[in-house]
Write a protein that binds this ligand. Sequence first.
Ligand code: NAD
Ligand code: UDP
Length: 349
Amino acid sequence: MNQPRSSGNDQTSADTVLVTGATGYIGSHTCIELLASGYDVIGVDNFDNSEAVVLDRIAELAGRPIAFAELDIRDTDALRKVVAEHQPAAVIHFAGLKAVGESVAYPDKYWSVNVGGTLSLLDAIADSAVTKFVFSSSCTVYGDPAEVPVNESTPVAPISPYGRTKLTAEEMIRDILSTRDCSGLLLRYFNPVGAHESGRIGEDPVGVPNNLMPFAMQVAVGRRDSLSIFGDDYDTPDGTCVRDYIHVVDLADGHVAALKALDATDTCEIVNLGTGTGSSVLDVVNAAGEAVGTPIAHQVVGRRDGDAAIVFADTTKAEAMLGWKAERTMADMCRDHWAWQSQNPNGYE
Ligand code: NAD
Ligand code: UDP
């Protein structure tokens, strides 16, 4: 197994990782963990859903910068130039669009970026030195699973254009990598929350947050009046939906573990990344209130269309294949998300 080098600037290194979507929420946290593990990073992003200042914060937190190119992943020629210049040995592909509701309104955009962009990336790395490919997929591909915990053999049944683009991208990656000397991991994330413990980087949703934790934290910081809990009449212990929330830094560490695991395989595998523990909406609201020091104002409203009652991961495969396990608790997730939100009440400005 290759060991990442501890430092250096050899641009043909086997330890340079191309990270797409590097300035986004999960990408930025992963860049820091990659740098801390001795990898060099060449990041790309078009800032569609992120800010250039993130690059400064990554350098500040990691003690050294990443190389970076502003580009749209659908621009294959621009990507090819980056690959030729930096000669990465691995790719972690985060860049994409991720809002379920928006994907229903603008499916063409989602197919273009999530599927077209992924094809462009695969095209750009053809005949390159890349031998490891990690893809950001989502537990949304499972839809409303009949049984929990959800393992990698649970039938897939995405119910939104977003979910279908993720599943299609997975299948495309698997087909294309099978013709190349390149191993792959298709990582299906559960619900990433939290932030770097410094509070210097975090999730900065545009407009009204769709997701539970960012909404709750914006209530706490005074940007929103009250959180709507979407239904308390589900067949769950307290009637609210149950999800598998995972700290974004644990998730970032999972990507470092994935790169190391890819040294030992020549296949393309699906792996769930979650904690294996379910928390209800009320559990999250209460934990967030504890972290903030004041209860999160909330009221129960009707169900949101398309929400499954209970989704949480079976983490057996991740532990066996990656030697990785999420370590941080719900209290850690809320503490760190609050550190970010309270220090940056309006996000990256
Ligand atoms: P994010 O929006 O914060 O990051 C994605 C990044 O990709 C952004 O910086 C954005 O500017 C960039 N991007 C978008 N379109 C691009 C394009 N055409 N060219 C170049 N860059 C582009 O999202 P995130 O939460 O960090 O998610 C990263 C990945 O993980 C996504 O692929 C998402 O589908 C997947 N994922 C996220 C979650 C979640 O809840 N956050 C859950 C499961 C899977
Ligand atoms: N949720 C909620 N109020 C909100 C946002 C989300 O009650 O403002 C609930 C949602 O119904 C789901 C859970 O919180 O049961 C997690 O939703 P989120 O959108 O964060 O993630 P999902 O699991 O849907 O991807």
